[in-house]
Design a protein around this ligand. Structure first.
Ligand SMILES: NC(=O)c1ccc[n+]([C@@H]2O[C@H](COP(=O)([O-])OP(=O)(O)OC[C@H]3O[C@@H](n4cnc5c(N)ncnc54)[C@H](OP(=O)(O)O)[C@@H]3O)[C@@H](O)[C@H]2O)c1
Length: 280
């Protein structure tokens, strides 16, 4: 598995599997099958309410704990819960995670970030990250962090490449992990003629070309899927290289278009919402 070096020296896989909106049964299945076929990273979150299932999938894969990178996220309801990290680890059934995010800049997010820093110092999180902290949020955090995060997880795809944010990230060696890397399955993105053309050239599907583009942009990708054939395809993207001219052509698709528009009112709702965690 290709890896990138984080700003704390950790080598981190460039492709993982995402589990947003997957039921526990699907998340368990996708995690187990992905790891068995060669993935080494899985991304979940308190809010996905499938951490126990992901933990089961990891154990069922037969891999040793240290062979798998587990990424999860504290939800705002947990930012002031001093046991949030331990409870997250207990749901996953592990004694550390490889990457721990705060999920949203909502509620007392600085308390959440302090929890990440504490978990990092205690070895309970091998890397830490911020999710959805673009613009004023990362600017404010920069004046307050004691440990620079290793990752930011944000919406990114060929229609929206996070150009402005990347300037800040480069100053600190923070890596970008793309969510909605395939536009959440959007047909118009996947049916862009350039991806079909390049797919034919490299004998790949449009989705594979898009995912390869992400990795060549220096992004880590976590395409979500409950379809084993897609999961297999999404890993099979590292044996070809798009040329500079092809990367330039794809860059022309950037129209600054997000699929997801978060409002301040939503941030308030996020702060008030408590995930109903799986009991077993
Ligand atoms: N931090 C955040 O706030 C945040 C927000 C959203 C997502 N995320 C993370 O990012 C991950 C990725 O986002 P996402 O899952 O929402 O969107 P995505 O990866 O852009 O797209 C997933 C959709 O694409 C389809 N798909 C996957 N592989 C395909 C392929 N090879 N060919 C055709 N269709 C394919 C999937 O359907 P099938 O199941 O049929 O394959 C699914 O409908 C999430 O799972 C989650 O871990 C984080």
């Amino acid at each position: 598995m290709n890896a990138i070096k984080l700003n704390n020296g950790v080598n981190f896989p460039v492709v993982g599997i995402g589990t947003f909106m997957l039921t526990p049964a699907d998340a368990e299945n996708s995690t187990r099958e992905a790891l068995k076929m060669g993935y080494r990273m899985v991304d979940t979150a308190n809010a996905y309410v499938n951490e126990r299932a992901v933990g089961r999938g990891v154990r069922e894969s037969g891999l040793k704990r240290e062979e798998v990178f587990i990424s999860t996220k504290l939800w705002p309801s947990e930012y002031e819960n001093d046991n949030a990290v331990d409870e997250t680890l207990a749901r996953l059934g592990v004694d550390y995670v490889d990457l721990l995010f705060i999920h949203q800049p909502a509620g007392n997010w600085l308390a959440g970030y302090r929890q990440l820093e504490k978990a990092y110092r205690e070895g309970k999180a091998k890397a830490i990250g911020i999710s959805n902290f673009e613009g004023k949020y990362i600017e404010e955090l920069q004046t307050k962090w004691e440990i620079v995060p290793q990752f930011i997880q944000v919406e990114a795809h060929p229609y929206f490449t996070q150009k402005e944010l990347r300037n800040t990230l480069d100053n600190y060696g923070i890596k970008l992990m793309s969510w909605y890397p395939l536009g959440h399955g959007d047909k118009s993105l996947m049916e862009e003629p350039i991806f079909e053309k390049l797919g034919k050239k490299y004998d790949k599907s449009p989705a594979q070309v898009i995912l390869r583009w992400h990795t060549q942009m220096g992004f880590v990708v976590i395409p979500g899927s409950k379809n084993v054939a897609h999961i297999k395809d999404n890993l099979d993207i590292l044996d070809f290289t798009l040329t500079d001219a092809e990367m330039d052509e794809i860059a022309k698709l950037d129209k600054g278009m997000r699929y997801y528009h978060r409002t301040d009112a939503q941030l308030e709702q996020f702060a008030a919402w408590h995930p109903k965690f799986e009991l077993a």
